[in-house]
Design a protein around this ligand. Structure first.
Ligand code: DLL
Length: 443
């Protein structure tokens, strides 16, 4: 069994043997790792131990993969409630990296990695790039954001582990992106699909013909996109556009990736165990049925995750892939079970916007978020009702309030937002769930 562990420490094989492992061997490996993960979570994380005790489940009760169903779920709110380090297993001395992502309120969720976790992450991201047709001879322009967001550093380490040449350009400064792309002979680009569309448009304005550049692959993810968007990108830039998926709570990018067949995303099942459940009841669903993706980490040390409810809706695609990989595939993620949306790669919950708005006097709890896309760039406008007194005030007062509100939202989300103040009762009232988001972007 030892050689199966070769992507954790030891010698590194970019296109890991585990992508092609016979299913029965993969299941053996998964069970062995699941048992160790559950043991670690139980022994070292109070929340997991308490939940398991409440259900009278002990680590030794996990005797088969089926037994995973006995384990309690972990939710995004658990990360919020234990902010910042409550789900860490073991000592901070073993943690070499922290990242963060949006929570449902003002505070982010924080995730941790040991040196071994970073190695696993590099390995699954190297497998991702390899699945997207990249190798050591490629020059990869990594335009995912570097920083607390997992996209930049996750893709960076993976591309380096593959032996490729990485350009750590991060997001933004589109003119410079295009110059670098052209001058450095870039052969693959990694970024959000919407940002790549923006690059295509800007290149056109600058008189650069993307189709004539040597780029052959786009490694796109971090937000939902469609087959129509893929076709658009592929024809406008003459590349193959691949979908990659991941989330901070599990590792970051590197959870699943498309292959040359572009018919679903292979989950790196040797590290992340997938289940599909009914998003309402949490009841497990069979392979092929659409529901919420639930992931359990199988090798994470700093922050093991047990049955994490991703809120992402997908299905496991039954059957063998034409590429020969034996690890299972999920369908591309088109929607979520909650109201989170992603704008310029940043996850946003309406509750964060609401919290920022309502902290300011004169604002009513009636608002709507309008999302549009101009030249490939997402725009967010918040329409909010203000009290009759404020609305009848001088323009100067209104303008001050407007600036204060957009500043407050920007402070919470880290992205620029335009705010429009409207009279009381302008925003349509709903009989049921308030419609907070109007998404006019074509995806
Ligand atoms: O977005 C990690 C990532 C970075 C993935 C770069 C791919 C590339 P978070 O910021 O924690 O992590 O956001 C995770 O983004 O639960 C999905 O809702 C959404 N998401 C990520 N990839 C895709 C995708 C990164 N390919 C959340 N399609 C997830 C649709 C995606 N949604």
């Amino acid at each position: 069994m030892n050689d199966l562990w070769n992507d954790i420490g030891g010698s590194f094989n970019p296109v890991s043997a585990t992508d092609y492992l016979p299913a029965d061997q993969l299941r053996v490996l998964q069970l062995q790792r699941l048992k160790a993960t559950v043991r670690r979570a139980y022994d070292k994380v109070e929340v997991h131990r308490k939940r398991m005790d409440e259900r009278s489940v002990k680590p030794q009760d996990i005797a088969s993969l089926e037994d995973i169903k006995k384990l309690p779920f972990t939710l995004k709110t658990d990360l919020r409630d234990t902010y910042p380090f409550g789900l860490f297993a073991g000592s901070i001395g073993d943690v070499v990296r922290l990242h963060a992502s949006s929570g449902t309120t003002g505070k982010p969720i924080v995730v941790a990695y040991t040196a071994e976790d970073v190695q696993v992450w590099s390995s699954v991201m190297a497998r991702t790039f390899a699945a997207c047709g990249c190798g050591s001879r490629d020059i990869i322009q990594n335009a995912y954001g570097y920083g607390l967001f997992t996209g930049g550093l996750g893709a960076h380490y993976g591309a380096e582990a593959l032996g490729a040449t990485v350009i750590p350009i991060s997001g933004g400064n589109t003119d410079r992106q295009i110059m670098v792309m052209k001058d450095f002979g870039v052969t693959a680009v990694s970024c959000t699909p919407s940002y790549f569309i923006h690059m295509i448009e800007r290149a056109g304005e600058l008189g650069v013909d993307m189709k004539a550049l040597p780029i052959k692959a786009g490694v796109f993810g971090a937000e939902p996109w469609s087959e129509a968007m893929r076709k658009h990108i592929e024809s406008m830039a003459n590349i193959k556009a691949y979908d990659i998926y991941g989330l901070s709570e599990i590792i970051g990018p590197g959870v699943a990736s498309e292959c040359a067949d572009q018919s679903g995303l292979h989950i790196f099942e040797d590290h992340f165990y997938p289940e599909i459940v009914d998003p309402e009841t949490g009841e497990p669903l069979a392979d092929g049925e659409e529901g919420e993706l639930v992931l359990t980490t199988l090798s994470k040390k700093a922050m093991p995750m047990i049955r994490y409810r991703t809120r992402d809706i997908t299905r496991i695609i039954p059957g063998q892939c034409a590429c020969g990989r034996t690890i299972r595939k999920i369908q591309r993620i088109g929607r979520r079970a909650d109201d989170m949306f992603i704008i310029r790669g940043v996850n946003v919950f309406p509750s964060q916007v609401e919290e920022a708005l309502l902290a300011i006097k004169g604002v009513m709890p009636h608002y709507q978020i309008i999302l549009t896309r101009e030249k490939g760039l997402d725009r967010m406008e918040v329409e909010v009702e203000v009290t009759a007194e404020v609305f009848s005030d001088e323009i100067r007062v209104m303008e001050k309030l407007r600036a204060e509100l957009s500043g407050a939202i920007e402070h919470t989300l880290g992205i620029r937002v335009s705010v429009r103040l409207v009279e009381p009762h302008t925003i349509e009232r709903s009989m049921g769930k308030a419609k907070r988001i109007i998404d006019k972007r074509e995806i």
